[in-house]
Write a protein that binds this ligand. Structure first.
Ligand SMILES: [Zn+2]
Ligand SMILES: [Zn+2]
Ligand SMILES: [Zn+2]
Length: 286
């Protein structure tokens, strides 16, 4: 059985990459990069000819929802979307040092196989920070990486080391991270606070104990699916109301569907609130 806690990268590939240090693309310290800002089906939607999906504005092209934080000791990826490889190539991010999960839905997990390359650069398996039910989903969905069958792939499976998290603050890559419970319909999701920046995607309810952890923010990144209400996501109006009550200096909305046309919606937001877009970078001090 492959030991997921201490795997050895496949030798031939490691030798090929031995001189390939991805440092020129690697230093993101003090930056936050939006890899994707779209809802689960992405924007454009396959087969849709609505104004957003046929728009020439690149800000109406949204891959699945994810971020990279440049932390003091490396690059932290939040969620592994089905678009992960494309996102990292587009942003010229050559290395990820650890991965954190908000929850276990397919649009946040199903690019995990694209993490395979990084143990060859890191010299060890990819640290994964997630809740127990997210680990269970990953072990089930990527079972080939965790069974005797893994040997047959000669190292061509994701090599990961799980770090269980809950609601206690923890440290990763030299940064204290504060998890907070969010509700996403009936699903449990974690939001995260990194210093004065918080990331709260896939939610339509923030309980009071979590709201207390979202006071005094410089930047709030918040789910805003579409203008109409939805059973598991904040609508744009609901998200605006949450931002108005939490009073961060700046709010950026994410996880948007094609019902939100970038230019029109952005112009009509209250001051201090904007739509995020794929490729947006923020300066950020841990
Ligand atoms: Zn989602
Ligand atoms: Zn559309
Ligand atoms: Zn979700």
């Amino acid at each position: 059985m492959l030991n997921s806690e201490n795997p050895t990268p496949e030798p031939a590939l490691s030798e090929n990459l031995a001189n390939r240090i991805p440092s020129p693309q690697a230093d993101l310290s003090g930056q936050l990069v939006f890899l994707g800002t779209g809802t689960s089906v992405g924007v454009p939607v396959i087969g849709c000819d609505c104004p957003t999906c046929t728009s020439d504005n690149p800000r109406n092209q949204r891959t699945r929802c994810s971020l990279v934080f440049g932390l003091p000791d490396g690059n932290l990826l939040v969620d592994t979307t089905p678009d992960l490889r494309t996102q990292l190539l587009r942003e010229r991010i050559g290395i990820i040092h650890a991965t954190l999960f908000t929850h276990e839905h397919a649009d946040h997990v199903f690019g995990l196989d694209d993490l395979r390359i990084f143990p060859h650069y890191l010299g060890h398996s990819m640290p994964i920070y997630c809740e127990d039910h997210v680990e269970a989903r990953i072990r089930k969905s990527f079972d080939y990486a965790f069974t005797d069958e893994a040997k047959a792939y000669a190292g061509g499976v994701p090599q990961v080391a799980f770090h269980r998290i809950g609601l206690e603050p923890f440290s990763a890559l030299g940064q204290q991270i504060v998890p907070l419970r969010l509700w996403h319909g009936k699903f449990r999701v974690l939001g995260f606070r990194f210093g004065n920046v918080a990331y709260c995607t896939d939610t339509n309810r923030i309980p009071d104990e979590s709201r207390r952890l979202l006071e005094g923010l410089d930047v709030l990144i918040l789910d805003a699916l579409r203008p109409r209400p939805h059973a598991t996501h904040f609508s744009l109006d609901e998200a605006v109301a949450v931002a108005q009550s939490l009073k961060p200096k700046r709010t950026l909305f994410t996880h948007m569907s094609h019902e939100i046309e970038h230019a029109w919606a952005n112009e009509n937001l209250p001051s201090g609130m904007e739509l995020a877009y794929d490729g947006l970078r923020l300066e950020w001090s841990p």
